[in-house]
Design a protein around this ligand. Structure first.
Ligand SMILES: [Zn+2]
Ligand SMILES: [Zn+2]
Length: 170
C-alpha cells in the first residue's frame, strides 16, 4: 500500500492491510511457505517527520536444519520508525539508525510504500538455524530416519573408540 504523508497532519492515520508475499521472494531456502501477512499500522505527524508504528502477524513454514522436517511458526513483530522526507537523498527508501535507536527511514517523496518494509521485517523473522525444537534429535546418519519418532533399527550410535576395537576382533 502507498500512503501519502502530506494528508496526515492533525489526526493519526490508522489502517490495516493484508500482504501476499511469495516465499521465493525472500530468497531463503529454509523458508518453505509464507502465509498472508496482516499489518495494522498507524502514522502520526511529528513535525516535520512522521512516526510509523505497525504490527505484523503471519505464519511461516520453515525447514528444520537437523531433521529436515517442515514446521510452522506463528510470527508477530513490531515496526517503529521515523519517516523523514529528504528529496535530495539517494534513490529509493533508505533505512538508517538514529542515535535514539529508533530507525529512520528516508523517503525521497512524502509517500510511504509499505511492502518493502514488510518484506524486510519478514526477512528478519526467518531464523538463521531453524530447529523444530531445541532438542531435535535429527536424522540417523545411517538410514536417514527421523530420530524424533523413536530410535531406528540401526540401534544406538556406537562409540567410535569401541568401533575401532571391533574391527580387530572380527
Ligand atoms: Zn527437527
Ligand atoms: Zn538408522
Amino acid at each position: 500500500m502507498k500512503i501519502g504523508l502530506e494528508q496526515i497532519v492533525d489526526e493519526p492515520f490508522n489502517w490495516q492491510e493484508t500482504l501476499k508475499i511469495p516465499a521465493s521472494e525472500l530468497g531463503q531456502p529454509d523458508l518453505v511457505k509464507l502465509g498472508d501477512v496482516a499489518l495494522r499500522g498507524r502514522l502520526q505527524a511529528l513535525t516535520p517527520d512522521h512516526l510509523l508504528q505497525a504490527k505484523l502477524s503471519y505464519g511461516q513454514t520453515v525447514r528444520c536444519i537437523r531433521c529436515l522436517e517442515e514446521f510452522e511458526m506463528d510470527m508477530a513483530s513490531d515496526i517503529e520508525l521515523i519517516l523523514e522526507v529528504s528529496p535530495g537523498g539517494s534513490s529509493g527508501q533508505e533505512l538508517e539508525l538514529s542515535e535514539k535507536d529508533l530507525g529512520v527511514l528516508s523517503l525521497q517523496e512524502p509517500e510511504l510504500e509499505t511492502r518493502p518494509l514488510v518484506v524486510e521485517q519478514v526477512h528478519l523473522g526467518i531464523p538463521m538455524k531453524p530447529l523444530c525444537k531445541e532438542d531435535c534429535k535429527g536424522i540417523c546418519s545411517e538410514c536417514g530416519a527421523n530420530l524424533n519418532a523413536g530410535a531406528c533399527a540401526c540401534g544406538p550410535a556406537v562409540d567410535p573408540r569401541w568401533a575401532a576395537l571391533g574391527k580387530f576382533s572380527s
